[in-house]
Ligand binder design. Structure first.
Ligand SMILES: [Zn+2]
Length: 269
């Protein structure tokens, strides 16, 4: 195939692919504010970059990226476009149903939105597998699961939203989109709003007692008036490369395993 992207191939190319493989990756991102430095598409660019490079290593096809995710808490900032969780569940289900009709049976949903989106993605995947398309295999991945070198490359600087890792990622994969002179130096101290019940660093160690205290777009605008939560002043293309390559390697290894794996139901039949 000339491209890993379904939309860059013809229907006959896809039919040829389906003769020997039935795995497809669905990149799911968002269009939401990422502070004064980051473009609104950060999460979708992250999903595109990871899916494209891991697919090239493994020879699997990638569906066109979904540019909209579950982002209501960012709606205080212009340019943010959000789907309701219920809508996102239905969109994912329709995409999987139609790809199933094509002949695909193994689906990897890759979330570029780091944590957010995972709830509706999981609801969609569970419903599909248990009640709707019983012979599929379906998996969900996310930078929070894939990155194994965050501490090593960024040190102890906390990564939450529009932080040094996601901004560096775009600098590396999509040069020119980050406004480097607008990098955030002042991290929001999330413990002012949520005490110790919020993880200050999404990529940090998981010890402690946490609770998901939700916040609205009004709350977010109040505690993070620029939209950025995290210090991104040390972001660089070099850091983005180390972050990206680590995740692509880990994702490619997962894809290789997943595409030949069988369900326990099948295995123990
Ligand atoms: Zn983001």
């Amino acid at each position: 195939m000339k491209s890993v992207w379904i939309q860059e191939n013809t229907w006959q190319d896809v039919a040829d692919y389906l003769k020997h493989d039935d795995t497809v990756i669905l990149p799911i991102g968002s269009t939401e504010q990422h502070g004064p430095a980051g473009p609104l598409g950060v999460d979708t660019y992250a999903a595109i970059g990871l899916c494209e490079d891991a697919a090239k290593k493994t020879g699997v096809m990638v569906a066109p990226p979904l540019w909209f995710g579950d982002s209501p808490h960012h709606l205080g900032f212009p340019g943010t476009i959000s789907l309701r969780s219920e809508t996102l569940i239905l969109v994912i289900k329709d995409i999987v149903h139609t790809l199933y009709q094509n002949g695909f049976r193994k689906f990897i949903l890759l979330n570029g939105h780091k944590g957010t989106n995972l709830a509706p993605m999981t609801v969609a995947a569970r419903g599909l597998l248990e009640y709707e398309l019983k012979d599929i295999r379906i998996a969900i991945s996310d930078p929070l699961y894939l990155c194994t070198n965050a501490q090593e490359i960024k040190g102890n600087v906390a990564e939450h939203h529009a932080g040094v890792l996601e901004i560096s990622h775009v600098m590396y994969k999509f040069p020119g989109l980050v406004k480097e002179d607008k990098q955030n130096h002042n991290a929001v101290d999330l413990s002012n709003e949520f005490d110790h019940y919020i993880k200050p660093d999404l990529f940090g160690p998981a010890s402690g007692v946490f609770a998901d205290v939700l916040w609205s777009s009004r709350d977010q605008k109040a505690f993070a008036p620029t939209g950025s939560f995290s210090d991104s002043s040390n972001a660089s293309a070099e850091m983005g490369k180390a972050y990206h390559e680590n995740m692509v390697q880990n994702f490619a290894e997962f894809i290789e395993w997943f595409k030949t794996s069988v369900s326990p139901e099948e295995k123990y039949k």
